[in-house]
Design a protein around this ligand. Structure first.
Ligand code: CP
Ligand code: NVA
Length: 301
């Protein structure tokens, strides 16, 4: 049996494949003649063990617009909640549906699902990564500023799941990435070593001012990701990493601001920045829909 076309993490792809997925996304977004129903008769199962607004709605609308349908399972309404294994869930769902998207905590659960599914599995976020988000983010940057390759991206905040996918994206798409994170919330060494071993230009600093100096794009995310404890400690550690107008002023004058959302104005980003002229967060959110169509079309051939 052929191995299904899983979409698990960006480090598993070569640049050409990721570019191909983004080309599909752009076709679905812009070329009305190609917006047929390539996924007619196909079904996507979506498993949510964590909350979601964008991922859930954009996948559901994407499947609908491509002619397919979805089934949604949450942690409370499926037998996963009563201990049925991911392996058994994968084997059963593979008999009903054509692809499975999962949002879960542990990457090991995603891996188990992918190992036992005979249909494509899509990573809709784990505690370690959020690759679908990055496809939309790269698409959004390039729509506004042209090729991202060789450009400088700055991340200010927690080295969370989204930041880790930014590291993988920097390597695969060939842009420079500077991360500013407080010491206790820095990315694991292994990931930076991997990035460097792959020829990536990914650097780490404790200074948000140093990270954003001359950047083409400034990115941040919530201080407290889903399932994370110690909110008070994080607020204290991360306050100096807030993206406000003073910090944005250190980036290039035409620098963009991105945030995967949901955002917390006054915490990781000031209202003046996220609601200001450099922010492209609504385009970024819209592109989740188009990027997901590219991912679905690639996974389902
Ligand atoms: N950015 C993102 O994944 O948002 P949701 O948690 O609403 O899906
Ligand atoms: N880092 C955030 C991303 C939400 C889309 C979280 O995991 O909660």
């Amino acid at each position: 049996m052929a191995v299904p076309r899983h979409f698990l993490d960006l480090d598993r792809f070569d640049r050409a494949t990721l570019r191909h997925i983004l080309e599909l996304a752009a076709i679905f977004k812009h070329d009305a003649d190609r917006r047929q129903h390539p996924l007619a008769g196909r079904t996507l199962a979506m498993i949510f063990e964590k909350p979601s607004t964008r991922t859930r709605v954009s996948f559901e609308v994407a499947m609908h617009q491509l002619g397919g349908t979805v089934v949604v399972l949450t942690d409370t309404d499926s037998q996963l909640n009563r201990g049925e294994s991911m392996a058994d869930t994968a084997r059963v769902l593979s008999r009903y549906v054509d692809a499975i998207m999962i949002r879960t905590s542990k990457p090991s659960k995603l891996a188990e699902l992918a190992d036992y599914a005979s249909v494509p599995v899509i990573n809709g976020l784990t505690d370690e990564s959020h690759p679908c988000q990055l496809m939309a983010d790269v698409m959004t940057f390039e729509e506004h500023r042209g090729p991202i390759t060789g450009r400088l991206v700055a991340w200010s905040g927690d080295a969370n799941n989204v930041a880790r996918s930014w590291i993988q994206a920097a390597v695969r798409f060939g842009f420079r990435l500077r991360l500013a994170c407080p010491k206790p919330l820095q990315p694991a060494n292994g990931l930076l070593e991997w990035a460097r071993s792959e020829g990536g230009e990914v650097t780490l600093t404790a200074s948000p001012e140093d990270a954003v100096a001359g950047a083409d794009l400034v990115v941040t995310d919530t201080w407290v990701s889903m399932g994370t404890r110690e909110a008070e400690t994080r607020h204290n550690l991360l306050a100096p990493y807030r993206v406000d107008e003073a910090l944005m002023a250190r980036a290039k004058p035409d620098a963009l601001f991105m945030h995967c959302l949901p955002a917390h104005r006054g915490q990781e980003v000031s209202a003046a920045v996220i609601d200001g002229p450099q922010s492209v967060v609504w385009d970024e959110a819209e592109n989740r829909l188009h990027a997901q169509k590219g991912i679905l079309a690639w996974c389902l051939g």
